[in-house]
Design a protein around this ligand. Structure first.
Ligand code: ZN
Length: 253
């Protein structure tokens, strides 16, 4: 409001991955047709007339926000998970963001959790996203909004109940993979579906961890909603830009 681009120190853009956060290029977003090899940071920098535009995955920015000022403040081993239209995440281990060699690490929506299942937007099948994300729940039930699947299940519709049972089992498998694979002390679960349907998301994940993960790892971990609330993505982007401008981005690179 009243601010011109000239007065901005920098800007951040959170985008669906996979993407390269250093070159600012989105490789290929499975949920957005035709959004491939987009030089997003460069385009935004030109449009805004400023140099410092920082691109990162929406979930990575949310994790940075949670790590700096939210539920994971001061926590060195944590996972951020979003359960929304899609499923994604970001992994922080020993105080560093796990990026992998191509910045794909943390694309946990595309971890397979079933031996078969619907074809996923990424080209694979059995991904937790294709079994438990809002877009796929709606598709499986034949409606345009996952909220209608939850409403139908609440009124006892057996087909909706079965779709949600499958989604909960998939989320349980994801939770165990995260706990046994990474041994975090905190899992922050954001996203609109997690926010509105904790009994169908956080609760089955907690139950799966309690009953099936390694005891020592299960005892060490807590599952919580984001400390920054529903604006975690946007606040995370602002905090992430501030960190990178201040030269503290290395902590997360
Ligand atoms: Zn997938």
């Amino acid at each position: 409001m009243g601010t011109t681009p000239r007065e901005l120190a920098g800007a951040a853009c959170s985008a669906p991955g996979p993407l390269n956060h250093l070159s600012g290029i989105v490789y290929d977003a499975p949920n957005i047709n035709g959004f491939a090899d987009v030089h997003l940071a460069e385009g935004l920098a030109k449009a805004l007339g400023i140099d410092a535009v920082f691109l990162d995955r929406d979930t990575v920015m949310a994790a940075i926000g949670e790590g700096v000022a939210g539920a994971a403040k001061g926590v060195r081993d944590f996972v951020y998970v979003t359960i929304s239209t899609g499923i994604g995440g970001a992994l922080v281990s020993g105080g560093r963001m796990l990026r992998g060699v191509s910045n794909i690490a943390g694309e946990i929506g595309h971890w397979p959790v079933a031996l078969e299942g619907p074809r996923c937007g990424c080209g694979s099948y059995g991904c937790v996203e294709s079994l438990a994300a809002g877009r796929f729940l709606a598709e499986a039930y034949g409606v345009d909004d996952a909220a209608r699947v939850y409403a139908a299940a609440a009124s006892g519709d057996s087909r909706a109940v079965a779709i949600l049972a499958r989604a909960e089992a998939a989320l349980g498998n994801l939770a165990i993979t995260l706990v046994n694979g990474l041994n975090p002390s905190l899992i922050v679960i954001g996203g609109s579906i997690a926010e509105h349907e904790p009994a169908h998301t956080l609760e089955p994940m907690r139950r799966a961890i309690d009953t099936r993960a390694f005891r020592v790892a299960a005892d060490a971990v807590r599952l919580v909603p984001p400390g920054l609330g529903r604006d975690v993505g946007m606040l995370g982007a602002v905090i992430s830009a501030r960190e990178r401008l201040a030269g503290r981005g290395e902590w997360f690179l």
